[in-house]
Each structure stands twice: as C-alpha cells, then as structure tokens.
Design a protein around this ligand. Structure first.
Ligand code: PLP
Length: 463
C-alpha cells in the first residue's frame, strides 16, 4: 500500500525567503476542511498526495490560502512545463472564453485546425497527422489500436504488442495490460494473449556483468528469444510500446538496446510507438525523449505538457498509419475541445519562442551536477541519480541492507514540503524532480539546497 502522509498539522520552523514562505503549521489548520471533505466524498484511490491544499499556482510557485508558498519541483506531474498559469496560455484561454466557444464535439473549429497545424509543424518530418484525445491513457490505447490495424494489413495474426514490465501507460484496461504488473491488472480477470512483456534493461545489469563493454543489443536479442521460447511468433508482432524512460525512476534505456529494438521492428515489419506522455515537450532537454536514442519511432503518444494545463493528449504518426481507421470511425466527446486546443497552441508557441527546450538542457546541467554532489555526500543513502535535462530521479537505499528504501523517500518528500519545496512522491524508493522549465537558476539552486537539508534532517531523525 502507498505511504499515507499524516494530515495532522505539524508545527514546523517558519521559512521566509524570496521564493518560499512557511508561516503556519503544515498542513495549515484552515485547509483541513478541504482534506476532510475529500476523504469523505472521494474514493481513497485518488488520495496519497502530500497534504497541502493548492489555492493558486504561478510560474514555479504554489500557494495555499494561508500565506504559505512552495517552490514547485513537480510541474503538477510534468504538465506545466511552460510554468503554472503561463500568461500566454491564460490569455489564449480568456480569449476563447470571451468568444463563447467552449465545446464543439467533432464539429470543426478554427483553433483546432491551427493547433494541429502547429503540432505537426514542430514535430519531425515523419509525423504528418495527429488524432486528439483528452487523457494520456486514451492515447496509448489508440496507439495499440493503430499498431494492430497496421499489423492486420500484413497478416490476420499480426496482433502482438510488446511492452515493458513496470512501465506506466495509464489506468484504463488496455493501458493496465500494457504495464505487465499483475498487482495492477488482476482485476481484469484475463490476460490478453497477444500482449507480451520484456524485462526493463536496468543499468545495473551491466554492472553485474563480467563483460567490459556490456552488449545491450545481445541482451535485447536474448530477451526476445525468451519470449519466443514461451510461444511468441516474431512474425505475429504488430508493434512495440516503449515508455520513453522508465517513469518511476526516470531511468533511460541503453541507446544500443533501443537501436536493436528498432532494427528488430524494421526487420519484422512491426511498428514502434514511443510513449512520450511524461517526457515530451522539452522535459529532458530535447523536444522529445526518443531523440536521445537517435531513432525514429513510427508513432508518438503525447499528453501532459502538450497543453501545459488542460486535458489534452494526442497520437501522431505518418499519414499512412494515422489514416488506417475508416473515415469518421474515431471520435471522443471531449477531444479537440476549443479551450484545450487554445491552451495547446499557446503552449507550443511559448515552448518555441521562450527556448524552453534549450533552457531545460542548460538548467539540467545545474540540476544533475548538484544531485551528483549530493550522491557523493549521502553515498550510504543514495544509490543512483537518473534522468536528463530538467528531469531527475533520486533512488534511495537503506544504509545497512542496501535495499530500496521507499519509506525514506516518502519522508524526504514530507520534510521538503514542510520547508517549502514540492517534490514528486512516487510511492517507491525514488523521488522525482521536474520543475517548470521556466524556473530561474537561483530558484532551482535554492530548491536543491532544500533537498540537501531534507535528506540531512531525515537521516538525523531516523537515528
Ligand atoms: C508515460 C505515461 N504514459 C501514460 C500516462 C497516462 O496519462 P493520463 O494520466 O493522462 O491518462 C502517464 C501518466 O502518468 C505516463 O506517465
């Protein structure tokens, strides 16, 4: 079960800097009613987050209604890459509201056409058309459908989808099946016989090997052969669903592994989809994560920072693949909503004109340098630092056993919150960092100092 943060107000030392303010107990007494109402009226499955009640969020700061202010290292959950309530996105939303166009279903509207044109313009040339949806999980399921429809054009049995154990693709039925985590998909009651899972190629596999230069292409081949032994016919594979890095720890695949996967896909006439829902739009210092691997996936799933605010997701691909479904056969009530498209269009313009991709790469150097210093300082506690650009995962271990220490990671999130910094709580042995890409250098550095203090005090408290 996920760690449950206490909702009892704790008296914490006050904090007052240019960017942070903690002036009440945390959570503030006056905000408890909201937390209680949610406890009463909302399924507990939605809970588990740090117990603060957001009143306002602007650029890289989050405020409650009691005068407390946090530096945000979460971008909610990698959504607000262009900053919370970005002024250009907000203005575009206001303009659309003032024009009184809040919903059109699949009737055409101008902002939708403008947004799609912009999206296709900023993506590399192989992406020619898109399909708009609302949630990321819809996008991954749509990509599975497209990969299978493509497979069907070759052979009626070409339905197999290969994904990775432990990857995150959403919480609807097909997306849960993609994850290959029995604890999350037991409720489904059966297994799709055409979904297969590869073990994630964790970097420590290479460290445990006697080979001087670990052969990741061979490793991929061996894992594929293991699936073959279990009965998979390679000619029946329709496609691969690749979370562009393993979400919970920001763990990237070895480049040679991904290249081998893409070569295999070409050889066996199957498609490769990269799920860029979390990492897309500059988070890792490139527009899309797949660009770090120097490959060209057939399909991309996009979401979260696609609009930087409102619910909007997409699948993009070549015209040939995107036009596989029959004329008029795919629709979703809320997809391509005018407000979401207006936010998306303004967001893409901001990412481009504010050079946020380059900024992420530059600030990522500061972030990763400081985190590696912390890794040295707390070598008994930190086992790995992963990520690229303004994305990082810190992996914690127990100092005596060396085993993953999820409790320690949760306590650090709690401590940082009490000091005016919000971190991504994964519920595992990791903490993730993903501030808005607009964060000024000095604020990034202040937040990193808070992580240092939070680790030191959590170690002290656990003695
Ligand atoms: C990589 C990835 N894919 C898919 C999803 C699902 O997106 P959504 O929550 O919008 O359905 C997530 C959400 O965290 C994600 O990180």
């Amino acid at each position: 079960m996920k760690y449950q943060f206490s909702q009892t107000p704790v008296d914490v030392p006050p904090v007052s800097t240019k960017y942070r303010e903690i002036k009440t107990s945390i959570p503030a007494q006056e905000t408890l009613k909201v937390l209680l109402d949610l406890k009463i009226y909302e399924s507990r499955s939605m809970h588990g987050q740090l117990p603060i009640v957001w009143d306002r969020a602007e650029d890289f700061q989050v405020y409650d209604a009691c005068g407390n202010c946090w530096i945000d290292f979460t971008s909610t959950i990698f959504v607000t890459n262009a900053g919370h309530a970005n002024p250009q996105i907000t203005a575009a939303l206001q303009k659309t509201i003032n024009n009184k166009l809040l919903h059109t279903y699949t009737f055409a509207h101008e902002i939708r056409a403008q947004f799609l044109k912009k999206l296709i313009e900023i993506t590399p040339d192989q992406y020619e058309k898109a399909f708009l949806l609302s949630a990321g999980t819809e996008a991954t399921e749509c990509a599975v459908k497209l990969m299978r429809m493509h497979g069907q054009t070759i052979s009626p049995t070409k339905l197999g989808i290969i994904s990775f154990q432990g990857a995150m693709h959403g919480r609807t039925m097909g997306a849960e099946m993609l994850k290959g985590d029995p604890s999350q998909s037991e409720w489904i009651g059966y297994r799709d016989p055409n979904m297969h899972h590869l073990p994630f190629p964790y970097p420590w596999t290479a460290k445990n090997s006697f080979d001087k230069i670990y052969d990741w292409a061979k490793h991929f081949g061996e894992d594929m052969r293991a699936l073959k032994v279990k009965g998979l016919n390679f000619d029946d594979i329709a496609g691969f669903m690749v979370e562009s890095y393993l979400g919970w720890g920001a763990i990237f695949y070895p480049v040679a592994y991904i290249k081998a996967l893409v070569d295999f896909a070409k050889e066996h006439d199957c498609l490769v989809t990269f799920d860029e829902i979390q990492g897309g739009f500059g988070r890792t210092g490139k527009l899309f994560v797949y660009q770090h691997y120097d490959v060209e996936p057939d399909l991309l799933c996009l979401g979260k920072a696609l609009s930087g605010s409102l619910p909007l997701s997409a699948v993009v691909g070549s015209q040939k693949i995107m036009d596989l479904p029959e004329f008029g056969s795919m629709s979703s009530t809320h997809s391509a909503n005018p407000l979401c498209c207006a936010a998306g269009l303004a967001n893409l313009e901001v990412i481009e004109t504010w050079n946020l991709v380059e900024e992420s790469a530059r600030k990522g150097e500061i972030l990763h340098h400081s985190l590696n210093v912390l890794k040295e300082k707390y070598s008994a506690r930190i086992s790995y630092i992963f990520g690229k650009g303004l994305l990082a995962g810190i992996i914690f271990k127990h100092p005596k056993t060396g085993k993953p220490d999820g409790l320690f990671a949760s306590r650090i999130c709690e401590k940082a919150m009490q000091k005016g910094l919000l971190l991504v709580h994964t519920g595992r042995e990791s903490i993730k960092i993903g501030p808005p890409l607009t964060i000024p250098d000095e604020v990034l550095e202040e937040g990193l100092d808070v992580i240092d203090e939070a680790i030191a005090e959590t170690i002290q408290n656990s003695k």
